[in-house]
Design a protein around this ligand. Sequence first.
Ligand code: GTP
Length: 335
Amino acid sequence: MAVGILLVGGFGTRLLPLTKNTPKPMLTIAGLPVTEHQLAMARNAGITTVVLATSYLSELFIPYFGDGAQWGMKLLYAVEKEPLGTGGAIANAAELLDADEPVVVFNGDVLSSHNLSLQIRQHQENNADVTLHLTSVEDARSYGCVPTDSDGRVVAFLEKMESPVTNTINAGCYVFNPQVISKISRNTVISVEREIFPELISNKARLFGFVDNSYWLDIGTPKALLKGSSDLVSGVADSSALAMADVVLHTNQKLIMSRAVVDESAVIDLGSSIGAGAVVGARAHISGSIIESGARIGADSIVRDSFVTSGSEIAEKSKILASFVTKDEILPIPA
Ligand code: GTP
């Protein structure tokens, strides 16, 4: 069996101001934190022990996820006082795990339906040092691109570039042989993408690509965050976390979580989600938006393509288009 490390310690600067008080993986998509959807995916592949590698706003994870028993999992927490980078975070988190099982490392900002069980099996069959999930995108310019040879061996790990040599990119889910992790320097800031993978390749380590083009999305930008949520609501993407959660109503247009009070005359559509205990007033129209738990939307308001954070209030008759709404400010989402 394999164990997991979830990288959830980044600053999430591209999602400011949402990430001022909430770490990116704790932001709500389709009624639940991003991390909850990812843990469900790990569990489906038989991974029940996961270390959350936290740093920025680390204190916000434990009150929600606790020891993981509610999800039938064992969750552990590794806290970096200062972020150690993705490589340093993996080394730090692995200290909480037994040393002899494959370790699956997940970037904490990815929604993916790829076949993780098969990725782990191929890793074992290849006797690999690391097996990386790779996916194909139309435009690879904003991703690290990863060419492989005819045996599936990774031949290079290339940073973002104007003319990528392949459209196969790093999808942010790696199966590691634990001995490879044990060689990463402890308490050192180091990047798995920029330092560890290129070094392993130049040392002829056994790095394999696992190409799977199922649904995949990096939710690290404002538009992608909203898209990820509406994809989960509409069924373009699926998450078994929703089956275990307190969902009151789920159609392909809307998702309404427990204790939300939605006026009968309100219209909720285009993959919107209404978080637990949120209130939506009469004749409000919410389209393609995420309303987090406890937010209040006044009567006759229009909210479109927007993210309304926990506890925020929108006055009656407001018109909120493509914006982030927090308790302090309303900011247009950059184009
Ligand atoms: P941006 O600032 O918007 O780029 O977001 P980010 O800080 O999350 O960085 P990025 O998207 O590159 O990170 C990929 C994943 O690694 C995310 O899930 C981050 O939470 C995580 N991550 C990045 N740096 C660290 C770190 O130093 N420590 C830990 N524990 N996780 C990290």
